[in-house]
Design a protein around this ligand. Structure first.
Ligand code: SF4
Length: 399
């Protein structure tokens, strides 16, 4: 018997990451075109790539949501109607907006379902109703709302709720940060965030004392341990942050959350769920310290670093499998240097990770190879369970 299971919504900073997230089991991905989003530093998609991405997703039963969530001035809007019509023509499954003006343009120029971005800071029933009257079918709640309150909002309003479950956090109130504007001249509400909150600042106290501190740098959101609450409250969609992060991040987060949600779907219970194993997998990603932020109760000072943040980076992306078959073996595109003493693990689409026998690697022409270079191709013998699109990670050796 299948039990209600939230949608797993993964970040897609470019076409490769979109494909990776979908191959690892994302129900939906969110991505951006070249303009109108909030991650100008991400690769983002050309129109051609968007069309390819939507087709790739739809062929595998997944959805694509396109972000149009910048706060736009009149001069930013000139090309928007045409872009909206293009998105409609390739059948994107929703657009994500935060500006009511953009929402009106979407309604005027398309039939694309409208989702409200977390940038709109919707926190209450009246806010949900106001956006519903503008035609929204889903609200990505402000990160300040608890899972319990989100469940109540969803039941009371009848509108779908989406919540962030994992990834980097803004210490600012959702969508209302201008630190980057004032310190770097980069508008975070139009895609230019310079992550100024991660810097150290000098604080001068009234008594003249000074202190340097990272007092605005938030720990990362960890919602894996909160999954039972999301499920219990019936939250429709769980969103992983991180369009600017690597394919290793897209593969690992999607794989682990997919396994956890499938566990629930198949068992209808969390009894004997392998939480430790899932958490260990997540910790193989570069990560800061973790917080559940406001998922359970409003976030407090324990969500912020009081000294330099610590980022654990013990594993890195080693490469991706381009082709795998029992007849021709396994061809890998390297993304990192490694040699015959390295430890490599393949993140399979289903089941456990598979360790690669590095001593058996060779060049495409079967000549021996001691050490790889990024972008080079290498060959491994066939191992059951390997497939094209799988991501390989490398244990970094501490020097
Ligand atoms: S500077 Fe920090 S708090 Fe402000 S928008 Fe960027 S990430 Fe968020």
């Amino acid at each position: 018997m299948n039990h209600f299971t939230p949608e797993l919504l993964a970040p897609a900073g470019n076409l490769d990451k979109l494909k990776t997230a979908i191959l690892y089991g994302a129900d939906a991905v969110y991505c951006a075109g070249q303009d109108y989003g909030l991650r100008a530093a991400a690769d983002n998609f050309t129109q051609e790539e968007l069309a390819v991405g939507v087709q790739f997703a739809h062929e595998r039963g997944s959805k694509v949501y396109v972000v149009l969530n910048g706060f736009l001035h009149d001069e930013d809007l000139a090309g928007l109607p045409k872009f909206i019509q293009f998105l409609d023509s390739i059948k994107v499954d929703a657009v994500i907006v935060s500006d009511p003006g953009v929402a009106l343009l979407v309604k005027e120029h398309s039939t694309i379902p409208l989702h409200v971005s977390t940038q709109a800071s919707v926190l209450n029933l009246h806010g949900v109703k106001a956006w519903s009257e503008l035609g929204a079918t889903r609200v990505v709640l402000g990160r300040e709302v608890t899972v319990h309150d989100a469940g109540t909002l969803q039941r009371t309003s009848g509108i779908e709720m989406e919540m962030f479950v994992h990834g980097a956090m803004c210490m600012a109130y959702s969508g209302h940060c201008v630190i980057s504007n004032f310190t770097q001249g980069r508008d975070s509400n139009r895609g230019g965030c310079a992550h100024s909150c991660r810097f150290s600042y000098d604080i001068k106290f009234e008594d003249g004392q000074r202190e340097s501190s990272f007092f605005m740098s938030s720990k990362d959101l960890e919602g894996l341990s909160v999954l039972p609450r999301f499920v219990q409250e019936g939250i429709v969609s769980l969103k992983v942050e991180g369009r600017m992060k690597s394919e290793l991040y897209a593969a690992t987060t999607t794989r682990v959350y997919r396994q956890a949600l499938d566990f629930w779907k198949n068992h209808g219970s969390w009894e004997n769920a392998p939480w430790m194993k899932w958490q260990e997998e997540m910790r193989k990603l570069p990560h800061r310290d973790e917080t559940t932020a406001s998922l359970i109760a409003p976030a407090g000072s324990d969500s912020i670093y009081d000294e330099r943040e610590h980022v654990d980076q013990s594993w890195a992306m080693a490469g991706v499998i381009l082709a795998a078959s029992s007849e021709r073996g396994v061809m890998i595109e390297c993304r990192h240097t490694f040699d015959q003493t390295s430890q490599l693990e393949v993140l399979t689409f289903k089941g456990d990770v598979i360790e690669l026998p590095v001593r058996e690697m060779c060049a495409p022409d079967f000549t021996s190879i001691e050490k790889t270079k990024p972008s080079s191709l290498i060959r491994f013998p066939w191992i059951e369970g390997l497939a094209a699109g799988q991501v390989i990670r490398l244990k970094k050796v501490r020097s």
